[in-house]
Design a protein around this ligand. Sequence first.
Ligand code: PLP
Length: 388
Amino acid sequence: MNIPIARTALTEAEINSVLAPLQSGWLVQGPQVRAFEDAWSGFTGAEHSVAVTSCTTALHLSLAALGFGRGDEAIVPALTWISTANVVEHLGGTVKFCDIDPVTFNMDMDLAASLVGPKTRAILPVHLFGLPVNMSAVDALAQKHELLVVEDAACGFGSRIDGRHVGSYGNPGCFSFHPRKAITTGEGGMVTVNNSELANKVRRLRDHGAAVSDLQRHLGARPYLLADHPDAGYNQRMTDFQAALGCAQMKRAAAIVAERQRLAAVYDEAFADLEWFRTPAHIQGMENGYQSYPCMFRPAHQTAETIAIINAERNAWMDDLLRNGISTRPATHAVHMLTFYREKYGLQPEDMPNAWAANDCSISLPLFHGMTEAEQAHVIKHVRAGPS
Ligand SMILES: Cc1ncc(COP(=O)(O)O)c(C=O)c1O
């Protein structure tokens, strides 16, 4: 058996959906992009959705549209994909890393409150691996200190708080369509916003700052006249064939989320009695879309003195699992330990101890649409057996 950490499972109809835009002759940010945005708004409940080239560009454009820039500081969780921090750097800002809650893997909001200083302008909560952040705490902190909030919902497809989809309650939400995510367009991203002025600003910034998109211009009167450019924007437009692929998958969006949740529930039950293996947290009112299934190895024994030992044991176990045909991964990286941030800000792993532990002792298990019962049983058998 050879079980990958994730597998893209597109139907024949989804694969074929890319042909129509290629045959139509309109390849970039046309009717399919508009339809994908509408489908996304329909599913998430957001008022506006703006398709872009990745979640990274979604984060970048959202912060830029809100006026975040040089000299501003942003609070970013230490455990996240590096680009949550990189976009702050790209805009000339400073990153203030916040440690995580070891049980949820999400930003520790008490700690975040203690990090707000005179230059803090923004906070970027990350709904990591699909488990929503406590947004009431984020919004209360933001209101108290007049902070801009941009939600990194790269992993947040199907993630809801009290029934409401992440990225739909006011702050810009940024989603990813990278193949490790539940809906994929290869590369791709989406910004969700409820404020039409901000949505229009993001639309302009993704399209060289143009006041009117090419499609609007071509469909309107006097298509030969060029648009004005009120902003010096970027080129972060999605192609129509990517959007067609996204639209086709959105037809089974609810089923995709339900299947991931079903697979996660099977794992939850299978490992519930293992003291040395902690599965993803369940928090009242929070619905997890399970972008992945991150677990902690030996959570009760992690201290500054033992992390290296547990890390070595985890890595040897991951090798064992791979020999048995099971791909696993560390949940993600602790960004403050990566060379650029470690050197620029003079950080040590122990400055954010929970992110450090997650970096070194976490293990994500295979979870993907179409995973068979036999595949999951094989993973469960070998994980339960533990390291040799
Ligand atoms: C938390 C988080 N933020 C941002 C990103 C970046 O997404 P993209 O690859 O679409 O730029 C990812 C992708 O893995 C992610 O997991």
